[in-house]
Write a protein that binds this ligand. Structure first.
Ligand SMILES: NC(=O)c1ccc[n+]([C@@H]2O[C@H](COP(=O)([O-])OP(=O)(O)OC[C@H]3O[C@@H](n4cnc5c(N)ncnc54)[C@H](O)[C@@H]3O)[C@@H](O)[C@H]2O)c1
Length: 342
């Protein structure tokens, strides 16, 4: 069946277009007829995206339009403004679909995070989106055009994640920025929505150790990671008139929100190993508990190193919780993972 061409006359600007989700978004929008301005800090990667989506016809016969690559650092005000000027000059119109997908991580515990790691992530993930959204909105308003702005946030902006104070803050900021922009720009016919992916298999998440990936997988209610195309599908919907009365929304693409407090019930093998002191028994759903207030410094079999349990307590005798400590350098499994029943 021929694909729907929802973007026949649209020009789409996509930042972070040289990799992962951004590249998949470019491909999806191009497949539905949009001309794509693919921007990335890595100009060669942006060109490769254009090469991949280029050509007059796709395999299924749909026209792909004309695309162009742009190199820009979205965290630099001059570069962001210059990007919009270059795109307008190249295509003789402002983009009517703007997808801000450029993003980075610099993970570290709050206790150890450098100011530089904080600033860099905020600059790219939050300030970059402010700069691109502002420049694009100014171009649209001054030319009297309507548009759809889609900012890529993250579910981490809503639920947090150990080792990612900078990232979580930046992504929470994107949600607030987008909601506010939607309120301000609605009267100009510009819709603004954010997308909150969960764990998506891309170069950004590839660097996670396999055992951490496995643990994350167990926390996803649908039981598997998303693909960049899963996010691109939602972006295409928000970019199109199919979502014409949706603005200020934050759409989660997560396989259902991560089960921070419910993990282990489905696929984890119950474990009941003795802790090294010999008087504590570990613990999973329904397993026996240590005495309330017991200190546990022993690595847990299911929160295997580098995570440790400490300061266990059992306030109600029906539920048990504890604090988790983790060494730096990994994505984390958060505190509720340690919750078990008496
Ligand atoms: N992969 C996931 O699990 C996941 C989950 C939630 C949200 N996200 C968000 O989705 C977006 C895309 O992530 P991804 O997984 O495809 O990552 P990725 O690392 O594969 O791609 C990010 C792209 O952004 C570009 N970029 C980085 N800094 C830039 C800058 N200053 N200016 C312009 N471009 C810049 C990079 O060169 C890269 O091509 C990011 O905003 C990320 O935070 C990803």
């Amino acid at each position: 069946m021929a694909p729907q061409l929802r973007f026949g006359s649209a020009l789409a600007l996509v930042t972070g277009a040289g990799s992962g989700i951004g590249r998949a978004i470019c491909a999806r929008l191009a497949r539905e007829g949009a001309a794509v301005a693919a921007c990335d800090l890595d100009g060669t990667a942006a060109q490769e995206t254009v090469r991949q989506i280029g050509g007059s016809r796709s395999e299924d016969g749909a026209p792909r339009g004309n695309h162009a690559a742009f190199q820009a650092d979205v965290s630099e005000a001059r570069a962001a403004r210059g990007l919009l000027e270059q795109v307008q000059a190249s295509f003789s119109r402002p983009p009517s679909v703007i997808v801000s997908c450029a993003g980075i991580t610099r993970d570290e515990f709050l206790l150890h995070m450098s100011e530089d790691d904080w600033d860099k992530v905020i600059d790219v993930n939050l300030k970059g989106i402010f700069l691109v959204t502002q420049a694009a909105a100014q171009a649209l308003v001054s030319s009297g055009c309507h548009g759809s702005i889609i900012n890529i946030s993250s579910i981490i902006g809503k639920v947090g994640n150990i080792g990612q104070t900078n990232y979580a803050a930046s992504k929470a900021g994107v949600i607030g920025l987008t909601q506010t922009a939607a309120r301000e720009l609605g009267r100009h016919g510009i819709r603004c929505n954010s997308v909150l992916p969960g764990f998506i298999a891309t170069p950004m998440t590839e660097k996670m150790p396999q055992k951490v990936k496995d643990k994350v997988t167990r926390m996803i209610p649908m039981g598997h990671w998303g693909n960049p195309e899963d996010v691109a599908d939602v972006v295409a919907f928000l970019a199109s008139e199919d979502s014409g009365y949706i603005t200020g929304a934050s759409v989660e693409v997560t396989g259902m929100k991560l089960a921070w407090g419910r993990t282990g019930q489905r696929s984890r093998t119950p474990t009941n190993e003795k802790a090294s002191e010999g008087r504590l028994e570990l613990l999973w759903e329904g397993q026996r508990l240590p005495r309330p207030g017991t200190e546990m410094g022993t690595p847990s079999p299911f929160i295997s190193p580098p995570m440790h349990l400490s300061k266990c307590f059992c306030p109600s005798q029906e539920a048990f919780s504890c604090n988790c400590l983790k060494d730096p350098g990994l994505f984390s499994l958060p505190q509720p993972l340690c919750r078990v029943s008496c």
